[in-house]
Design a protein around this ligand. Sequence first.
Ligand code: NTF
Length: 801
Amino acid sequence: MTTTELREAILAHLKYALGTDPDRASVTDWRIALSYAIRDRIVDPWFASTQAAEAAKGKRVYYLSMEFLIGRLLEDAVVNLGLMESASAAMSSLGLDLDTVLSDEPDAALGNGGLGRLAACFLESLATVGCPAYGYGIRYEHGLFRQSFVDGRQVESPEDWLRQPHAWEFERPGAAFEIGFGGRVASNAGRTEWTPAESVVAEAYDTPVIGWKGRWANTLRLWSAKPTTFFDLDRFNRGDYYGAAEPEALARTISRVLYPDDTTEEGKRLRLKQEYFFTAASLNDILRRFLSEHDDLRQLPRKVAIQLNDTHPAIAGPELVRLLHDVHGMPLDEAIVTARGCLSYTNHTLLPEALERWSEGLMGSLLPRHLSLIERIDAAHAAAHPDRGITMRENGEVKMGELAFCMAHKVNGVSALHTELMKRTVFSELHRLHPERILNQTNGVTPRRWVLSANPRLSGLLTDAIGEEWVDDLERLHEIEPLAEDAGFREDYAAAKRANKEELASYLRAERGVSVDPEAMFDVQIKRIHEYKRQHLNILEAIALWQEIGDNPNGDWTPRVKIFGGKAAPGYVFAKEIIHLINSVAQVINSDPVTSKFLKIDYPANYNVSLAERLIPASDLSEQISTAGKEASGTGNMKFALNGALTIGTLDGANVEIRELVGAENFFLFGMDADEVMARRAIDGHAARAIEADPRLARALDAIRDGAFSPGERGRFDAIVSNLSQADYFLVSSDFTDYWRAQREVDVAYRDRTAWMRMAILNTARSGWFSSDRTIRSYMSQIWNAQGLLADAGTDGRDEG
Ligand code: NTF
């Protein structure tokens, strides 16, 4: 598409779709007009892909996820269609700057964190490798809350991404299913029938997902809840206007908000309704599509692979059994085997509070038929393994992890360590019964978003050095390895990093009024705020460093800017205390005239995908400091390594694999490993001992206790101090000393810029394995048994390495 054609298309959409003209158009109008013009270019490849999938009559992959943290879509589309230059030229010919237009788009934040962002990377990779696939989820009216800080405390407000027209979706009133809740189950002529007491309509909204070079496009189908009857005319005519609107309001509640917590269950009844709502709608849609192409439901596992992203859609097991058995008359045992042949389940966390359980009372009242099917599935499982107890139900609750496990033919963890721990801990019993079921699929990230568009400077360098093929064949980055020894390349690489840092510095100055020196080390920790991720370990180190610089202000300190980003679940009190502490410490340290040339702390509010895209390319140091054994994988860690930030981290999640690949000498390791963590936790008084043994740690804790960061309010952070001195379940105190040691090694290393750049280049060169294209190919061959359909480009059956 030429610049002129694109320009004409934009002007046409501005006029005919938005009804405005260039003189009156706002940036948002221009952005939407550009989005429509770009979207038009996606529709043809999208149709072609859909038709090719229909013609092939092969297997389709269905990715069921409560969360899709997709962020902005316009830039992704422009980049994947190869239209960056035309778009930039067309916009400037209209007097606009493309970057300004791109950053006007609100983030689609239909997810909380890791699991939701992983789903978004997977969608993009599925399209890039040409695997016929659908993402299924919920079209939340309000995604993740907006975070602001008031006096250093997190304050949440609703996010409103649908206030403007959403240019990427197509409403499909024709694709709708009635989803029932409650009611009664009865036997009728040998068949079980469920008559729900209430129901809502699930209506589809489709967003095309275009892969690299526009060679293939899939569909993200999000369900919106609508009432079966729009309003109650009788009540309206009686003047009861509120009452008349009630059915609609109640129905819509189901797709109103994303639960802002990824580790505890809340608002239980509504949450379970959301889970069943989107799972049932998706399965109905999947069966409808299957039956339009085939007639024998026993063939379902050959044509349908359904991936459950965590246990949130685990009700898919009983629901699919219900559809096959109750609705289509398949014998129960066969229905269970058939459903299992289609389903597989990914576990994303071992934290006990995050493993979903539903009380049988609640489940029985909302989903009575499903509860009885769960009992049957449980009994069948128990009968097959008579020497073991029944495992799916306990203390009047249904354990969704166990249910998902029993109804899946494959169960996977998301890093090598996490998968081993799954076998040893939460699923040890089931693993003994089904030793072939658990397998590992280490996470990955899409290089199109996380390198190519987020870091154009680095991308340009890479393409100049080795050609463009790395973009969808990321292991080719190995080819730049020898260039780590090339002084010219090192300088270019350093210049790209430096320019990214300058850009971030001006953003921070403009948006936050914070001035930071791009020469300083940018040390970044961005992720959800959680005790196991240990942002408080990082801030403790900052306090200790500040104290030490204060003792010796003429010392030869390595200047650092510590940047934090992330949201805490609104009900997670301790995590919110950590946020408050970080902001309070930042305020004191940043205004210290003696130390602030060496140490600054910034915590921009409302961390989201777009902010990550700014921060990661500008980072020198990546903080991956979770308590070993607690972080299932991490994906931010991969994005940082690819963008040439060095990691300071524990042997946790995918850090282990990153370190193996980039080389131990290019990674700052510290802390206990998972086994040591378990052993140390068993030692009485471990926290007190650690504090006693490390005067720096004791002094930092004393400063917090004495009110150094809460003038006039000594006890403000007592909860944190007493936690770290007593129970300290996440072993912050015990790992502090070694963390401090590793940080001082980082300081020394950063001063030798040649050596640092060599290490950074090697991180980029050796992280190509963390492409989500590799992960998806691996799921395709090891779990889904699915084929890619790209005619050219040889992506079919390529080895996942
Ligand atoms: C997250 N889990 C894990 O905490 C991360 O380590 C992992 O990288 C991602 O999943 C993706 O696998 C969750 O988001 C949840 F919801 F399970 F807690």
